[in-house]
Design a protein around this ligand. Structure first.
Ligand code: BTN
Length: 233
């Protein structure tokens, strides 16, 4: 259960960094919201530009689980965001592993960070959802927001509360996984792997990808392929 305790800031460097710094003192499920971030971080050391108007939040989970199961969190968060956007009448899809797209442009990003070695002991999930931003400057052909798609503005905290409710309601991993697969853009894409042509058949619950051609059916780990190339067709 997340969001029983919410810590709010008008402006903060990064909601994920905040939870990271205080992690020892925080209760399981504590959520941090900032209306703007001055040092927002994305995956692969990218900057997450975070002006006022969008939703930026992170939460900490303290359940211990096997590192093999880390993709379950990606599944749960991704489908929560998709369901949330659907509630606002926006059709969203998942760009594997965990970008959320609407009208083929990025509308939300997820950053999942963990502590612990064999087992994950703590997980910090950071989420950015583009809500009221109308201009993404040099990224206008790659990014979009709810305001652009629906031509109206939204209340950030209402949006967050809806997310919390949806996320907390998800308790069945199998149906969450099925929904993730249904909303996944990667299924059916062509891929060249070790010099051979394949089609992507599926994503497994552990995040591995199943690829297939006339001769082979193989599982590959997500870090073995370059997704940017895959989606730029
Ligand atoms: C990505 O797509 O690269 C992930 C972006 C994650 C951005 C969110 S905004 C709230 C939280 N705080 C951060 O500094 N990053 C995440």
């Amino acid at each position: 259960m997340i969001g029983k305790k919410i810590i709010k800031f008008e402006s903060l460097d990064s909601t994920s960094d905040y939870l990271n710094q205080l992690h020892n003192k925080l209760e399981d499920g504590t959520l941090c919201l900032a209306f703007e971030q001055t040092k927002g971080r994305g995956r692969r050391e990218n900057i997450w530009v975070s002006p006022k108007g969008n939703l930026y939040f992170s939460f900490i989970k303290k359940q211990v689980f096997n590192r093999e199961d880390i993709f379950h969190e990606t599944i749960r968060v991704s489908i929560s965001i998709v369901e949330l956007l659907e509630k606002y009448d926006v059709k969203a899809m998942i760009k594997y592993p965990n970008d959320i797209l609407a009208s083929n442009k990025k509308i939300a990003g997820i950053l999942i960070e963990t502590k612990g070695l064999k087992n994950v002991e703590e997980t910090i999930v950071g989420i950015g959802i583009n809500i009221n931003q109308k201009d993404f400057h040099n990224l206008n052909n790659k990014a979009t927001s709810l305001a652009i798609l629906k031509e109206q503005e939204y209340e950030i905290e209402e949006f967050l509360n809806e997310f919390i409710q949806i996320y907390n309601r998800i308790d069945d991993m199998l149906s969450a996984y099925n929904e993730y697969i249904q909303k996944s853009l990667i299924i059916g894409k062509d891929l060249v792997y070790k010099g051979e042509n394949y089609k992507i058949e599926s994503v497994l619950p552990n995040g591995d990808i199943v690829i297939k051609n006339e001769n082979n059916n193989i599982n590959i780990r997500s870090n073995e392929i370059d997704f940017r190339h895959l989606y730029s067709e």
